[in-house]
Design a binder for this molecule. Sequence first.
Ligand code: SAH
Ligand code: SF4
Length: 439
Amino acid sequence: MRFWIHTYGCQMNVRDSEAVEALMVAAGHVKATGEADAEVVIVNSCTVRQKAEEKAVGKAGNLVAEGKIVGMMGCAVKRLGEEVFRRVPGLSFAVGPRCFGLVPKIVAEIAARGAGSARILETGGDEVPEGLSAHPDSARAGSFAAVQSYVTVMVGCDNCCSYCIVPKVRGHEWCRPPDEIVAEVRCLAERGVKEVCLLGQSVLRYRGKDGFTFPMLLRRLQAIDGLERIRFTSAHPGGCTEELVAALRDCGKVCRHIHLPVQSGSDRILRDMGRRYTRDEYLSAVARLRDFDPEFAVTTDVIVGYPGETEEDFQATRSLMEEAGFDNSFVFKYSPRPGTRAAAMEDDVPAAEKERRNQVLLADQETRGLARNGGLVGTVREVMVEGPSKRNKERLSGRDSGNRIVVWDASHGAAAVGSLVRIRILEAHPQILVGEPVD
Ligand code: SAH
Ligand code: SF4
């Protein structure tokens, strides 16, 4: 059947959608040119906040109303179970985040039996997903997607942060064997991939057999010919060890950026959340990376309006963010998720106050981002070319090792997507650096 996949949520979901695309094509289905042209549309859903779930459910409902055959996959399916069919009347099938490998077979069944066939639900449990290493062919040649790939190194999550639904929907942690990951990345590099981003809910916890660690994995990937850059996400400060820093020092392909969600700067809230670090421990982890490289980019996630968060707790978050000198941050308003520990507590910070705290942190980040980027004016950054800038087609855009967006005038000449160019920074903005190529 002619299919289209619509993805919500994090990089994990983006990666799972890509795997499904590859599995579908391998099974003889055809990727549509867009949603309008598709016979069957699969909505890959997120449930990390209530709004995310509502978006995916709403989208699936609209597609049914348009007369499409609609399936859902991902985290909201696992949370909702049977209820997903009540929320999306007319939905044909739904699979959980660890059984996306079933999608091609289900679609084939529906094609054979007709759209009116019985609805199919597989929420799954802790199984190892099928098709973890399936990648679409370079059908997108010439685009950045052809030279950049996500690679799943582990699935599930064994942390138990009080607010988070992820462990409930993505199941227990399971790490892929190192040889399998190395083989996948080698194969991608042979196909022209220049940058991989290793994915896991908490990648620094990655473990193989016989004490094999994440830094060891970085060392093995460093040796792959053709590969230029290695990124990873997300990280926990507990994994920012001397062993990691030593691997960073030896592995020039590993990018100088870490996404290190802090969630709060208040020790009381951190303890309640079950984050397993204090404010000081978090700041020490950042310091270890910045001692190694003062330009090391650190980005974070923060939750505002967690149950019981006082003005004092909030101010502690503000001051931590300043002390850590985050290069970028993503701020989320607390959203109670059914079945989590925090959901048993009263969601007592009013919506308007959550919004105010959100705006304060965003404004702080604008100022801080501008100051941090300002410090880079005059430096020369090595930038991987991504293509024309989305905002201004007369500019080319790419990212430096710290994941900072760098743009420059296209009139300086063409640059191949995926190539590395040297750009001198002339101008800093809170979210973007503007420069010119140097020879
Ligand atoms: N596995 C990642 C986080 C995945 S969820 C990690 O542990 O680092 C991405 C982000 O969503 C989290 O970092 C957190 O800031 C936010 N988040 C998670 N649950 C939330 C909730 N119930 N309400 C608001 N934000 C939440
Ligand atoms: Fe959303 Fe979390 Fe699932 Fe990613 S893992 S799609 S953030 S619920």
